[in-house]
Design a protein around this ligand. Structure first.
Ligand code: UD1
Length: 417
């Protein structure tokens, strides 16, 4: 089981570079199934999730290789993974559904797994595919999607990130025009659309709530570098804000991080964007209010890391989680370290200004793991974080190493297995 040891950190200072975004890379890898030509993706982060996605593509019949972050994929012919256990290792495995249905007129796969942060149904993905003309059957946790896809008007009842991505990927090879209304507009979705465009797809309204896709006969190979990870950058920004740091997050895209930077600035942190990335100076002092929303609102993935910052400001902070129903699992562990946080349904009330003390804590999901590591940086004494699910390595490329490069004392003391 991965285990991390964290000691109180001095002010973080220096420069680290931001990896490419896991949440952009995963759909882009899935999209490689849409063509029989070679696709090359650069700077793919070395994460459990990206490795799992490559293995899933192999199960679907693709040849893949990864060398120094450069991934090559060639899917000469593709087939369904059916009930392969790999599908249950991560939620994003569902993203192969759109590409397989579009290319083969058939996709059979078992329901995805992933972090236990909520029910995470895939009804919006399936209803959208039905709109595109597919026959959808569910039997014993296995979804079967069959039929040639045709363009259609789709309204998403909620702007789901995954459903938007799946439906865009399904529509690029469907006959005719597809319109997706109330689509999600996270930067990772725009990035996927730019990649699909590089493959020959015709997409309008990229980065908006109304996406229009004109189906084409074939897509061709492409070479692409995905966007930097706004959540990794945001997590490191919170670490800087906790330690009165002075850091440069090179490559970070401030334009993708407005909601978080607004919160940090209001709280007293100096956030400056320049051509090299994002510079942060100073400490968060004032309490904050944060309501998680779809992009460009405050991201649910930053809720746990920002909550750690709120524990160290003076006064009462109020957080409202509206995206996932079970995303306060880090609260029990933060309270174990001495934080005073009360959860009332979707609300979390954080009484700031309490000194934290190191203890043994357990990571329950990806962003909870990151939050606990940040808490360890400011807790007196030693914090030992058990990560039985290997969550941190699923989504952060060496977070402990990047923090150490900025002067923090945190390290992995046990590997997987
Ligand atoms: C993606 C991100 C994840 C982020 C989330 C919200 C990836 C790989 N993961 O997850 O890091 O936290 O967006 O920004 O990109 N829902 C339904 N039915 C559906 C689909 C979703 O009810 O068919 C609900 C979910 O249960 C959840 C909410 O909609 O409550 C948001 O989910 P969604 O936007 O789909 O998130 P993911 O794509 O799973």
């Amino acid at each position: 089981m991965p285990q991390y040891l964290i000691h109180p950190s001095p002010r973080l200072s220096g420069e680290v570079s931001i990896s490419t975004a896991k949440n952009a890379v995963l759909p882009i890898l899935a999209a490689a199934l849409l063509t029989h030509e070679e696709v090359i993706i650069h700077q793919v982060p070395n994460l459990t999730d990206t490795r799992h996605m490559l293995e899933i593509l192999q199960v679907c019949g693709a040849e893949t290789s990864m060398e120094g972050g450069h991934v090559r994929i060639r899917a000469l012919s593709v087939g369904s993974p059916r009930e392969n256990p790999l599908l249950r290792t991560m939620r994003a495995s569902v993203l192969i559904m759109g590409p397989l249905a579009a290319r083969n007129g058939q996709c059979i796969l078992s329901m995805p797994g992933g972090c236990a942060i909520g029910q995470r149904p895939i009804d919006l993905h399936l209803k959208g595919l039905q709109k595109l003309g597919a026959r959808v059957e569910l039997d014993g946790g296995v979804a079967s999607v069959t039929g040639q896809l045709k363009g259609a008007n789709i309204y998403l009842d909620f702007p789901s990130v995954g459903a938007t991505e799946n439906l865009v990927m399904a529509a690029v090879l469907a006959k005719g025009v597809t319109r997706i209304e109330n689509a999600a507009k996270e930067p990772e979705i725009a990035d996927l659309c730019h990649f699909l465009t590089a493959m020959g797809a015709r997409i309008a309204g990229i980065g908006t709530n109304n996406i229009m896709i004109e189906g084409v006969e074939h897509l061709h190979g492409a070479e692409y570098t995905p966007i930097p990870d706004r959540i990794e950058a945001g997590t490191l920004a919170c670490a800087a804000a906790l330690t009165d740091g002075s850091v440069l997050l090179s490559g970070a895209r401030s334009d993708h991080m407005r909601a978080l930077l607004f919160k940090l600035s209001e709280s007293g942190v100096i956030c400056q964007e320049d051509e090299r990335g994002l510079r942060l100076r100073g400490r968060a002092r004032h309490p904050m209010e944060a309501r998680t929303l779809s992009y460009p609102g405050f991201p649910t993935d930053m809720q746990a890391p920002l909550m750690v910052v709120a524990t160290q400001t003076h006064g009462l902070s109020v957080f409202l989680e509206t995206i996932f129903e079970n995303r306060y699992m880090h609260v029990v562990e933060l309270n174990r370290l001495g934080a005073q946080i009360r959860v009332e349904g979707q609300l979390a009330l954080i009484q700031g200004g309490k000194a934290l003390t190191g203890a043994n804590v357990t990571a329950t999901d990806l962003r909870a793991a990151a939050a606990l590591m940040l808490a360890g940086l400011i807790a007196q004494g030693e914090t030992r974080m058990d990560d039985p699910g290997g969550h941190l390595m699923r989504g952060y490329e060496g977070l402990e190493e990047k923090l150490s490069a900025l002067g923090a004392d945190c390290r992995k003391i046990q590997e997987e297995g």
